[in-house]
Design a protein around this ligand. Structure first.
Ligand code: FES
Length: 318
């Protein structure tokens, strides 16, 4: 983690603020691939992941877009409302869980709302590399479409298909048509609300294999606070301490409250930082970082979101 200073804060729409973040020590930032994100610790101390949405070649400042929404922990709301030129924030190194496929014959980027952010960086990179791509952008209205003006002025504006102001059903129909009959080597990338991405996946799966369809999973992981039907279970460390994990609390939180600090980052089941080895018991996987094979093996658990199907889990930090 390192400290950055907000150099620009621009209201892109009524609810989206764009921040430019430069290293406080004046050094250049690490380069990053399109689709990457950084963890940003905001004014309230809450860390949230944000996609980098500037041109990936720009190492003078990172650009992020923050939507003001009342999420369960208030991180984005505070960052949106309080960040201004001069504000200092803590940022982690860029990480990429949403990479472009280097061997794709063509790329179809499908964004809804604030989901435009990683796809904008992808569009910059694909354009710079001369790759074939199309960017579909769905928004309730042009006024609510972040970066609409930037896209109009971009050198790849003719590759952008704007679906602004369409009703939900009409937009779904238009997208389904756009994603029908794609060539076998095409790849589809989508970012937006969970049900929107599910719809895009379903439409793309009619002509492409699953490994050609990529979705950005921020916000898609289950929030342990919202799992009303959960039961308590015991978590036992390999050193013998046993703690009860009640409904609405995560393993990570319970261990931290008891002085057992774990490495964590996203706290949303995305990054894999908090994964523990499972020695006994059956995990109830709710993450998006372990593969299907790893989940089936049952010997690892993402402690920030996953729970237990068995009454007790015995775990060991790696
Ligand atoms: S902290 Fe990222 S998966 Fe748990």
């Amino acid at each position: 983690m390192f400290t950055v200073t907000v150099t620009e804060a621009v209201d892109e729409t009524d609810s989206v603020k764009v921040l430019r973040l430069a290293r406080t020590d004046g050094r250049p930032l690490d380069p990053y691939p399109a689709g990457a994100h950084v963890d940003v610790t905001g004014p309230t101390g809450i860390t949230r992941p944000y996609s980098l949405c500037g041109s990936p070649g720009d190492t003078g400042a990172y650009t992020i877009a923050v939507k003001r929404e009342a999420d369960s922990r208030g991180g984005s709301q505070a960052l949106h409302d309080k960040a201004a030129p001069g504000t200092r924030l803590t940022v982690g190194a860029p990480r990429n869980l949403f990479a472009l496929a280097p061997d794709a014959a063509e790329h179809h980027l499908v964004a809804a709302g604030i989901g435009i952010t990683p796809l904008l960086a992808m569009a910059y990179e694909l354009h710079a590399g001369g790759a074939g791509f199309r960017l579909h952008y769905v928004a309730r209205s042009r006024a609510e479409a972040a970066f609409a003006g930037l896209l109009d002025a971009s050198p790849f504006t003719d590759r952008v298909v704007r679906h602004f102001g369409l009703g939900r059903q009409t937009a779904g129909k238009v997208l389904a048509e756009a994603l029908t009959g794609l060539p076998a080597g095409a790849h589809v990338y989508t970012c937006g609300p969970h049900d929107f991405m599910a719809h895009v996946r379903e439409a793309a799966a009619r002509s492409l294999p699953g490994e050609h369809i990529h979705a950005e999973l921020f916000g898609a992981a289950a929030d342990p606070r919202e799992q009303g039907a959960d039961r308590p279970f015991e978590v036992e460390l390999d050193t013998g301490e046993v703690y009860i994990v009640p409904p609405g609390r995560s393993i990570t939180e319970v261990l931290e409250e008891n002085g057992q600090a774990l490495d964590t980052s996203c706290r949303e089941g995305i990054c894999g930082t908090c994964v523990l080895r499972v020695l006994e018991g059956e995990p109830d996987h709710r993450d998006h970082c372990l593969t299907a094979k790893e989940k089936a093996a049952g010997d690892q658990i993402a402690a920030c979101v996953s729970r237990a199907k068995s009454a007790r889990l015995v775990v060991e930090p790696w």
